[in-house]
Ligand binder design. Structure first.
Ligand code: IPM
Ligand code: MN
Length: 383
């Protein structure tokens, strides 16, 4: 087999620290199972790169990255030197540009953010049913509020007007909602295998083993809200085995806190999905454990990108304090994704997930450093 090739981009802040633990785990898994896996590190920290070259990253960065099967990203975002924190040297528009460029250029139109409260993770909700939280939030990742169209008229004057356009196409709506239904089916099959079925009420009052909930703000944002609703209804007919549900985004925020265990698959627009997934991350134990995947499921020549939901956390960077758990769960999902091409990676993905989950379960509430957590997980993997 051709080896599977991963581009490792540690990025900024705590990125390099958490990525180092992922790479160690990958090394252990590779030598243990003789996996056909290769990776290359791309050291393009935003601040240093910008200072030296005056740009966010190399001009041919996208061409370089496209040669790989996947991109494993630590975190981006660099507010400048820690000894001068008040001085915002590198604006988000520069240090975060690569993230949005990758999503766009590689057409990573799905952003998958699972939120499952695993044993040992911090439980923010007092309700005992929080233990049953297990949802997959699917964020539309290619258009919507993130198309970056608009401008500033009469800039800087008292009469300034800023416009920011949102664009929703039927094609992108169709593919993301369809993807949601496919994942709902997959999850139901997986649960059936594990003998752990769930039950969701659908519109006529009967129940189904999985659910897709589509989020809009159709009471105020009529045009795309109506289109989403129509497309959802059309596609739902092809999936009679999946319960359908709709929430307005404001009510969804409330229900994510009130009864998050009632959700299965949630499909949301780019910005609404962005906001909901920070909330969902907290429901699953916080940013320290929340994985994220930016996927292109349609074009095998385009790399998908895997980065934890958390940011670069400049306030704790360089101190070995960051929790690598989210990065390691993200790495497990990357291996699972890559197993589409090389099936031998599927068991490595499961092994890594199980090791990270077991480590989490056994160390609830303990204070451990980045390295210490990485050591414990590598050891579990048989290092
Ligand atoms: C995320 C982040 C990014 C986003 C930012 C950094 C541009 O919040 O991945 O959720 O809004 O998509
Ligand atoms: Mn976000």
């Amino acid at each position: 087999v051709q080896p599977t090739r991963i581009a490792v981009t540690p990025g900024d802040g705590i990125g390099p620290e958490v990525v180092a633990e992922s790479v160690r785990c990958l090394e252990v898994l590779r030598s243990k199972h003789g996996l056909a896996l290769e990776w290359k590190r791309f050291p393009w920290p935003s601040h240093a790169w910008h200072e030296e070259h005056g740009e966010s990253w190399p001009a041919d960065a996208l061409e370089q990255l496209q040669q790989y099967d996947a991109i494993l990203l630590g975190a981006l975002g660099d507010p400048g030197p820690v000894d001068d924190p008040g001085r915002y040297l590198l604006p988000d528009s520069i240090s975060l540009a690569p993230l949005l460029d990758m999503r766009k250029n590689f057409d990573q139109w799905v952003c998958e953010r699972p939120a499952r409260l695993l044993p040992g993770a911090r439980q923010y909700l007092a309700d005992e049913r929080a233990k049953d939280i297990d949802m997959l939030v699917i964020r539309e990742n290619s258009e919507g509020e993130y198309v970056s169209q608009g401008g500033r008229l009469r800039k800087g004057t008292p009469d300034e007007v800023a416009t920011q356009m949102e664009v929703f196409t039927r094609k992108a709506t169709d593919r993301i909602i369809r993807y949601g239904f496919e994942q709902a089916r997959r999850r139901a099959e997986q649960r059936a295998k594990e003998g752990n079925t769930r039950s969701f009420r659908t519109l006529d009052g009967s129940t189904r083993e999985s659910q897709v909930c589509v989020i809009t703000k159709r009471n105020a944002l009529r045009y795309w809200g109506d289109m989403y609703t129509e497309v959802f209804e059309e596609i739902a007919e092809e999936y009679p085995d999946v319960a359908t549900h709709h929430e307005l985004v404001d009510a969804a925020c409330m229900k994510f806190v009130q009864s998050p265990w009632a959700f299965d698959v949630v499909v949301a627009s780019n910005l609404q999905g962005d906001i909901l997934t920070d909330l969902a991350a907290v429901l699953s134990g916080g940013m320290g454990v929340a994985p994220s995947c930016n996927l292109n499921p349609t074009d095998p020549d385009m790399p998908s990108m895997f980065e934890p939901t958390h940011g670069s956390a400049p306030d704790i960077a360089g101190q070995g304090l960051a929790d690598p758990t989210a990065m390691l769960f993200t790495t497990a999902r990357m291996l699972d994704w890559l197993s589409r091409k090389d099936p031998t990676l599927a068991s490595a993905a499961k092994e890594l997930f199980d090791a990270v989950a077991a480590d989490l379960a056994e160390n609830a509430g303990t204070q451990r450093g980045t390295r210490e957590i990485g050591d414990a997980i590598c050891k579990r993997l048989g290092d």
